[in-house]
Design a protein around this ligand. Structure first.
Ligand code: ZN
Length: 168
């Protein structure tokens, strides 16, 4: 297991456009597997290559942390369709530690991407999964959720609210 250092907001690599990841080489796979280790270590549900300082168009995601089989390797992804319907949801980011904010995004998306075996795949996601994919995709174009969010706040405020909610 190898983890990599996650770059945080303020570092200019998070604002650059990533380049094509290209063919799935052994080296590329190593980076992607390190990214999964890093994502899990940091308790994240997704991690894009620029977040570990690699300026390539690829990200990993595991929207359900309890589902070890449910890891997506998205290499040179393209979002080919967005639903017209949008919804607001809470997001955080490993590159913006300890903060959350509300972001409005399309409820569903279709994505085409190369997988770890080098095969081009078509995916359709909705709800939380679609949100995670769009958030990670944005990282490839130097966009942070905080650019789109309203009410960015310390994450502990939401934790307290949840605890209060449970007491009622
Ligand atoms: Zn992020």
């Amino acid at each position: 297991m190898a983890t990599r250092k996650v770059v945080t907001e303020g570092d200019e690599v998070l604002r650059k456009h990533a380049k094509s990841a290209g063919p799935v080489t052994t080296h590329l796979k190593e980076i992607l597997l390190d990214m999964v280790d890093t994502m899990r270590e940091e308790n994240g549900v997704g991690l894009a290559a620029p977040q570990v300082g690699i300026m390539r168009r690829m990200f990993v995601a595991q929207p359900d942390p309890g589902d070890d089989a449910g890891v997506y390797y998205m290499i040179d992804p393209v979002i080919t369709w967005y639903s017209e319907e949008k919804e607001w949801g809470v997001e955080g980011c490993l590159s913006v530690p300890d903060m959350v904010g509300d972001v409005e995004r399309p409820v569903a998306v279709k994505i085409e991407a190369t997988d770890l075996e080098g095969v081009r795949q078509q995916y359709e996601f909705e709800g939380f999964e679609a949100r995670v994919m769009q958030h990670e995709y944005d990282h490839l174009d130097g966009i942070l959720y905080t650019d789109k969010a309203r009410n960015v706040r310390p994450a502990y405020e939401d934790d307290e609210e949840e605890e209060n909610g449970r007491e009622e």
